[in-house]
Each structure stands twice: as C-alpha cells, then as structure tokens.
Design a protein around this ligand. Structure first.
Ligand code: COA
Length: 249
C-alpha cells in the first residue's frame, strides 16, 4: 500500500508530503499519528534544520477525513489529531507549508502555526466548521480575530466563506502567493533549504522568541476548542451534516 504520508529528506530539510490523492489528501487518524511522530523526531534531530509540509501541486488537503469523523471521532486530547496539533505548536524548527488547490478545515488552520507559507494564487482555503455543525479548532478562534479583526474573521469562521491563496497572502495568513501550484511547491522548497545556510541555534532562539508569548495561551485555547469540537461531533447538527457529505459522495 502506498504511504499516505511520504517522508523525504534533502540535506537538512525533512518534507512531510500528504499523499492520498484519491481522497484529496483528507487526513485520517493514522496520518495525524505519522505527522505527529515525524514532527517530534525532527524537533529532536540536530541534523534537521527545517520541516516542509506539502501536498501535491493540485491539492493540499481536504481536511479531516469525514468518514473518520463519523466512525472514529476524536474523543479527548489524547487523540492523534491533538498529538499532531501539539507537536506542530511545540516544534522548535522552522515549519514551512506549500499549499496548492484545496486547503480545507485543518488544512487552513495548520497554516496559522507554520512559520512560512507559500500558496498558489488560486488555492482555495476554507474553514467550514460551522457549516458542518462544528466549531473552530487549532487556535483559529483566537488567532484569526487578532490577525484580521472580528468582522473579517466572522466571515471566515461563522459563515465559513472560502478565500483564495492571493487573499491569504494579502491578509498575512500566507507569506507569498505564486502563479501556480508547482511554483508554490518550488518556492517553499527553495526557502526551506535556506535554513541549511543559517546558524541553527540563532534560528531556534528567534522562533522561540516569536512564538513563546502566545504558546501557553494557545495550548489552553486549543484544549478548550478541542473539548467543544469533540462534543459537537456527536451533536445532531454535526451528525446530519457529516452523513450528508458521505451520502453525496
Ligand atoms: N473526507 C473524506 N473524503 C473526502 C474528503 C474528506 N474531508 N474530501 C474529499 N473526499 C473524497 C470524496 O468523498 C471523494 O471520494 P470518492 O471519489 O471516493 O467519492 C474524493 O475525495 C474527491 O472529492 P470531490 O468532492 O469529488 O473532489 P472536488 O475536487 O470536487 O472537491 C473539495 C474537493 C476538497 C472541495 C471537496 O471534496 C470538499 O469540500 N471536501 C470536504 C472538505 C471538508 O468539509 N473537510 C472537513 C473540514 S472540518
């Protein structure tokens, strides 16, 4: 069976490539576990200077696997999705994301925890949590109102409106928008490899300084959101919306 997460090593760069094209790279419990484990290892490996998370030039990820949400919903903070979130939050090494095509749900919220984000202009980002009877996760209820203001954040989180890679770059969710998916992947790789040329300790200390002030607060918010999110998954609103998606496919 092909691996749904491909680990690729190039000099000091570890790339975690989402590779489940038939399901638009939707993330399963097993994929979260693999991502969490790889991030943890990269964090402790002195040979790794940066981590790149990417999908293909056509699709980043359709977010959490909806069949998994129905069959094996996360029940507490010991679930694979939360291990992934906390390992990304705690990663001392720079994390770079390369985004093309769809980036839905956690496919968008994980970008808020990456250090550099390269997107294709026509990438389609969306956080349809409320639309699915759910609520925001991965600190998005804290970060997005701060970044965009309440009024814009409400459009994205309460209405679940989608936006383009170009808008993501204008709003500071992404570092730069590129003309194609292939260009976004190539730029992300080029910039991620730059960390091989920089003094590693200075990079770690600088990232720590940038992230530390909010880290405890973010962990608390992620836990609060997570408790509500796992409850919502069992609500009649969410069950109807999730089953509706499966039945349409
Ligand atoms: N979980 C499980 N399977 C998913 C999925 C998800 N989140 N997203 C897509 N898929 C599957 C579809 O069921 C379909 O499988 P099938 O060919 O076996 O029927 C396949 O991936 C292709 O999806 P499709 O919807 O036909 O592709 P598209 O290009 O028209 O649209 C998306 C792509 C990502 C916009 C659309 O699939 C989508 O909205 N997915 C749901 C996203 C979502 O709500 N995620 C959860 C957020 S909390």
């Amino acid at each position: 069976m092909t691996e749904a997460i491909l680990l690729e090593r190039e000099r000091g760069l570890l790339t975690l490539r989402l590779n489940r094209p038939d399901k638009k790279n939707a993330l399963t419990r097993a994929m979260y576990s693999r991502l969490a484990e790889a991030l943890k290892q990269a964090n402790g490996d002195p040979e790794i200077n940066a981590v790149l998370i990417s999908g293909s030039a056509e699709c980043f990820t359709a977010g959490n696997d909806i069949a998994d949400f129905i069959e094996q919903p996360p029940s507490d903070l010991d679930s694979p999705v939360f291990h992934f979130m906390l390992n990304l939050l705690e990663c001392r090494k720079p994390v770079i994301a390369a985004v093309a095509g769809a980036a839905v749900g956690i496919g968008t919220t994980m970008l808020l925890h990456c250090d550099l984000v390269y997107v294709s202009r026509d990438a389609r980002l969306r956080m349809p949590f409320v639309n699915l009877g759910l609520c925001p996760e991965f600190g998005s209820s804290l970060i997005l109102p701060r970044l965009l203001g309440q009024a814009k954040a409400a459009e994205l989180l309460l209405l679940g409106e989608g936006f383009s890679g170009e808008q993501a770059a204008q709003w500071g969710i992404a570092t730069q928008a590129l003309n194609s998916g292939a260009a976004a992947l190539s730029k992300a790789r080029e910039m991620a490899l730059r960390f091989d040329e920089l003094p590693a300790e200075a990079v770690h200390i600088s990232k720590q300084l940038m992230r530390a002030p909010d880290r405890d607060l973010l962990r608390k918010v992620i836990e609060e959101e997570g408790a509500l999110f796992t409850q919502r998954l069992r609500s009649p609103e969410a069950v109807a919306a999730l089953i509706g998606f499966v039945q349409r496919h």
